[in-house]
Design a protein around this ligand. Structure first.
Ligand SMILES: C[S@@+](CC[C@H](N)C(=O)[O-])C[C@H]1O[C@@H](n2cnc3c(N)ncnc32)[C@H](O)[C@@H]1O
Length: 301
């Protein structure tokens, strides 16, 4: 079990003021943070609403929720933190006897604890077992995918989820050739062997970034879960309730944008997504690729 006191490198939440300003339509409303993480956005919501709001926070990572509970101890009277997948939001809200809420928040991606915590296998900067599960109770790990998926399925994942358009086939072939691959650095090595040296130096981000993203998305079923939950919000939203979503790559952003664009029950509050300021990007490099979209539910309650 993780010890909170040993974890120093706290998650810096992204687009916090913007999230709160667009999400909160009334201070004594009910808000759901579908990706509570370390509780940074929830804390901001509680403070902005002067502890008048009720906040439900969901996360699939039990350890991360423990950090959130610690961070939010002054506000716990108004918060309910629940270990549950956001795609079960209907079951959770019905179970709590909540019929309607004023807003849903999603801050997709990985928390700092998951990236930097021990033995989670999300990062290519240290040697760890290939895990990458956000929910430690789920069955499939990165090692299962890397060592058992057939070449074509691996190629497809790296191509689609990693957007590794040119080298997906070569990387998949190198992974298959180098099996068994048991650690993050062994995976980095297999990726390195697939790429020309010039490509390794040319890239702005680490050459393993895209493949790691692809495997993480597959392990956690991230895109399918996102598609599933978007359909569930409207049943629980009050008229003029908001959905605020922060994405970190174009695959997620496309799903969010197209869903709300094609759904007549919603209006976009801003046509273009909100991006972090230059100042925020400097302060928190993780925010660089963030995009925030806000949709308003215009159906009746
Ligand atoms: C970027 S972090 C959220 C950080 C948080 N907003 C903060 O300010 O501390 C994303 C979180 O989403 C969680 N998550 C990913 N998939 C999920 C799912 N299907 N259901 C619930 N939580 C999920 C991850 O475990 C992670 O903690």
């Amino acid at each position: 079990m993780y010890n909170i006191r040993e974890y120093q490198d706290s998650h810096v939440s992204v687009l916090v003021n913007e999230t709160v300003n667009y999400l909160i339509t009334k201070k004594d409303g009910i808000y759901v943070d579908c990706t509570a993480g370390e509780g940074g956005h929830i804390k901001a919501i509680c403070e902005f609403c002067e502890d008048q709001a009720k906040v439900i926070g969901l996360d699939i990572d039990f350890e991360v929720l423990q950090i959130a509970e610690n961070k939010l101890k002054e506000h716990l009277n108004n918060i309910k933190l629940i270990k549950a997948p956001y795609q079960d939001i209907d079951i959770v809200l019905t179970g709590l006897g909540i019929e309607k809420v004023d807003g849903f928040l999603m801050d997709l991606g990985v928390s700092t604890f998951q990236l930097k915590g021990e033995n989670r296998g999300f990062s290519f900067s240290k040697d760890e077992p290939l895990d990458m599960r956000m929910d430690s109770e789920s069955q499939i790990t990165a090692a299962d995918i890397i060592n058992n998926y057939p070449l074509e399925k691996l190629r497809q994942i790296i191509f689609e989820y990693g957007e590794e358009k040119k080298y997906a086939h070569k990387i998949a072939k190198s992974i298959v050739r180098n099996r068994p691959i048991n650690s993050t650095l062994e995976l980095v090595d297999a990726i390195r062997k697939a790429l020309p040296t010039s490509e390794i130096y040319k890239r702005k981000t680490h050459f393993a970034t895209k493949t790691f993203q692809a495997i993480r998305i597959e392990v956690n079923n991230e895109l399918k879960n996102l598609e599933e939950v978007l359909y569930k919000f409207e049943k629980f939203l009050k008229k003029n309730g908001r959905v605020v979503i922060i994405t970190f790559h174009s695959l997620e952003d496309r799903i969010v944008k197209n869903f709300f664009k094609n759904n007549k029950s919603y209006n976009f509050i801003t046509i273009k997504p909100i991006l972090p300021s230059e100042n925020e990007k400097k302060r928190n490099p993780r925010s660089r690729s963030a995009k925030l979209r806000i949709a308003e539910f215009i159906g009746t309650d």
